[in-house]
Design a binder for this molecule. Structure first.
Ligand SMILES: [Zn+2]
Ligand SMILES: [Zn+2]
Length: 189
């Protein structure tokens, strides 16, 4: 197949750089993939268009539920951190927390956190269904109701269950108490 010029960016590109579209010449979309996705993103900024697209896609997946399953599996595989983040935020919402953080922002925090913020153990972002002591968890640093990008950090499951419902200050107080009581014996004092 021959290369085609995209009328938007005026670049000549191979057919693989155009989406398939039976209604257009040579079965290719009129714009190149880059320009088409730019246009798509621009359009989605208009709430009516975004809403109409959501409606069409919901109707499509109602008709072909197996495609929905496949599409979400593909998305999960491509965006494992964001998937983990959205599942975790959904859990916090269910528990009645005020969530002012989206899954993309939480995924960003996850990307920049390799180890537990308290004990320093490596965090493994695998499946959320098998929770082990080293599993990452989202902790509300000061144990408030609001989830924002500054109110949470990541802890391993063990540290999070140890801190539990304490604020960081209360937890440090608690640790001091343990050291006061048992530190001498352990050679810490
Ligand atoms: Zn183009
Ligand atoms: Zn830890």
């Amino acid at each position: 197949m021959v290369a085609k010029v995209c009328p938007t960016c005026k670049e000549e590109k191979p057919p693989s750089e155009f989406y398939k579209d039976k209604e257009h010449e040579a079965g290719l979309s009129w714009q190149c993939k880059v320009c088409a996705s730019k246009r798509h993103k621009e359009c989605n900024k208009q709430p009516e268009i975004a809403e109409r697209r959501r409606r069409v896609s919901r109707a499509f997946y109602r008709e072909y539920p197996e495609r929905q399953v496949k599409a979400s599996a593909v998305w999960r595989k491509k965006n494992p951190l964001q998937y983990w983040a959205s599942a975790s935020l959904a859990g916090h919402k269910r528990k009645g927390f005020e969530v002012n953080l989206n899954s993309k922002e939480l995924a960003e925090i996850i990307k920049n956190t390799k180890t537990c913020n308290i004990c320093g153990i490596d965090l493994e972002f695998g499946s959320r269904s098998k929770l082990s002591m080293d599993s990452p968890t989202v902790d509300r640093i000061d144990n408030g109701k609001k989830i924002t990008k500054d109110s949470v950090w990541l802890l391993c499951h063990r540290c999070n269950t140890t801190k539990l419902d304490r604020s960081l200050d209360e937890f440090v107080e608690y640790c001091k108490m343990v050291v006061d009581k048992f530190g001498e014996e352990a050679g810490l004092l």
